[in-house]
Design a protein around this ligand. Structure first.
Ligand SMILES: *Cc1c(COP(=O)(O)O)cnc(C)c1O
Length: 423
């Protein structure tokens, strides 16, 4: 029996008892006709925290007042600015502090990590990934293969769903890892697939990769700030994520990286820069690179403080809310979304198929909907009612209710709009 009701009063009762409800007021919403839109695109660009402007202002003020001395004398000294992000980042992804660093951007970080972790050797050259990864990941992986003299058409292998299915079964992923066996150099998967919304069983995938002598890395663009992650305990080798999606840190903001403790201080090959050099000796300007003993060894450049200022504000909200609490709300909010979509389909005879797994353990907050017999017109109709959703070719509407700022009322109202657009 369903525990949900398709009524405004039910939705409002849920919101009234939501311990995280106050966070919504900490965000700026785009407006339509003087009203906040129903914002379901936090998987693409998270909303702006109200504290972002003041955080940037602080750095501009320190720059104005102190000039170069802001590096050491600013309120948040720029020289060590990234260190303020380490604690909240480690808590967010389930890592030890020495395992994480905030730097660069996502695809750049993938490349820097692949330099260390994709080391094709003899016949061990294959990279295994999910079908339809985000295009940037495909470009990064294929170009790394070419860079090492390999052939992407041969060495980049995608695991596809079974005939008639949209998502991957873990047993099939593991079966494929075992089949490729000693030719497998690296498994590089998303944490959550951007298109289907499927959350992969990262721990099981990493374990299978290790069993055949390969390494396992993850692109957590759609997982960081969405799922409860335990990167250290899951024995993930490396990971990278952006911070402008679920992490609300602004367009093109700085990204995150994780390198498991067991790879630190082992002299792994890396592309070096001065910010990865031992911080106590950085300004001796020595010729010989002496890496930091932590994930900070992978830093190449000094920190982009203005975007880090926003990220610091956003991480502070995650710390206050707690990822466990966010996830508890998220499972219920997305469950309610699945329910109202089902109600709209029932009421109208609309053929709506949710291709995201129905098991909450296999998804984050996003649901991907295929409307059979309807195309982009349905998407445009929904948007014209003040819903921010997105469309992915060939025929998927992605809806991502975010537990930090979306409400059950948002979801209820979306269901009513969907219903009227299907009539
Ligand atoms: C959003 C996203 C990207 C974007 O990469 P940038 O380097 O941040 O521009 C890459 N990969 C995945 C899986 C994404 O979801």
């Amino acid at each position: 029996m369903s525990t949900f009701e398709n009524t405004l009063s039910f939705a409002r009762t849920q919101d009234a008892s939501d311990p995280l409800r106050a966070f919504r007021d900490e965000f700026l919403f785009p407006q339509l006709n003087g009203e906040a839109v129903i914002y379901f695109t936090g998987n693409s660009l998270g909303l702006q925290p109200k504290g972002a402007a003041a955080a940037i202002r602080q750095e501009l003020d320190d720059w104005a007042a102190l000039g170069v001395e802001g590096h050491l004398r600013g309120k948040h000294p720029w020289y060590s600015y990234h260190e303020e992000l380490t604690g909240p980042t480690a808590r967010l992804v389930g890592a030890k502090e020495e395992e994480v660093v905030v730097m660069n951007q996502l695809t750049s970080n993938l490349h820097f990590l692949l330099v260390s972790f994709y080391r094709p050797d003899g016949k061990r050259r294959v990279i295994l990934t999910e079908q339809r990864p985000f295009p940037s990941d495909t470009y990064a992986l294929a170009s790394q293969i070419s860079f090492h003299g390999g052939v992407p058409d041969r060495d980049l292998v995608e695991v596809a769903p079974r005939e008639g299915e949209h998502t991957l079964r873990t047993e099939d992923i593991i079966g494929r890892i075992n089949d490729v066996g000693e030719e497998l150099a690296l498994v590089c998967f998303g944490g959550v697939n951007f298109y289907t919304g499927q959350a992969f069983e990262m721990e099981a995938i990493a374990k299978a990769a290790h069993a055949v002598g390969a390494v396992a890395g993850f692109d957590l663009a759609h997982a960081a700030g969405n799922l409860q992650l335990r990167l250290h305990d899951w024995n993930i080798d490396f990971a990278a994520w952006c911070t402008y999606k679920y992490l609300n840190s602004g367009p093109g903001s700085v990204a995150g990286a994780f390198i498991h403790e067991r790879h630190l201080g082992k002299g792994l090959p890396l592309f070096a820069g001065w910010w990865g050099h031992d911080k106590h000796e950085r300004f001796k300007m020595e010729r010989t690179f002496k890496p930091m003993p932590t994930a900070e060894a992978w830093q190449v450049s000094n920190a982009p403080v203005l975007s880090m200022a926003v990220h610091r504000t956003a991480l502070e909200q995650f710390d206050r809310a707690g990822m466990d609490n966010l996830r508890a709300k998220s499972e219920r909010l997305t469950g309610y979304l699945a329910f109202v979509i089902g109600e709209a389909a029932k009421a109208t005879g609309g053929q709506l198929e949710i291709i995201t797994p129905s098991n909450p353990a296999q998804r984050g907050c996003q649901l991907s909907i295929v409307a059979h017999g309807r195309g982009k017109d349905l998407f445009h109709a929904i948007c014209s009612h003040g819903v921010f959703a997105d469309w992915r070719e060939p025929n998927v509407i992605r809806i991502a209710p975010v537990p930090l700022y979306n409400t059950f009322e948002d979801v209820y109202r979306f269901g009513a709009i969907l219903n009227s657009c299907l009539q």
